[in-house]
Design a protein around this ligand. Structure first.
Ligand code: TYC
Length: 110
């Protein structure tokens, strides 16, 4: 998990090992979709507020995504690195539980 850097050490005839810039390969971090799930009890306005405050959406997009989830059952709020996705899932879940709403937020590898 996270960033892995592989360095190939080039041997040459001299006494030193040289790492050239082109030998440093960076593996891109895995990305995760954060999903919101529909339920019958969480108010629509609360879901729109979450999409605006946690996922930085403007009101029209937040309303669209909320309605999508309401009608289809599940929808993507955004795609993030693992730690950021985990944090957003935790913030959404804690905010909902504080209000005693059953809103479910999960993540899956993209
Ligand atoms: N279905 C909810 C209602 O009618 C609204 C809702 C939308 C709930 C999206 C959760 O992820 C959700 N109040």
């Amino acid at each position: 998990m996270g960033k892995k850097i592989f360095k190939d050490i080039e041997e040459d005839d001299s006494d030193t090992n040289v790492i050239t810039k082109s030998d440093v390969k960076i593996q891109e971090p895995s990305m995760y979709r954060v999903l919101l799930h529909n339920d019958d009890y969480t108010p629509m306005d609360f879901v729109v507020d979450i999409l605006e405050s946690v996922f930085n959406m403007k009101h029209p997009q937040a309303t669209q995504i909320m309605m999508d989830v309401h009608q289809k059952g599940v929808g993507v709020c955004g795609v993030y690195t693992c730690e950021i996705a985990e944090t957003k899932v935790a913030i959404v879940t804690e905010s909902a539980r504080k209000e005693e709403y059953p809103l479910k937020c999960t993540m899956e590898q993209a």
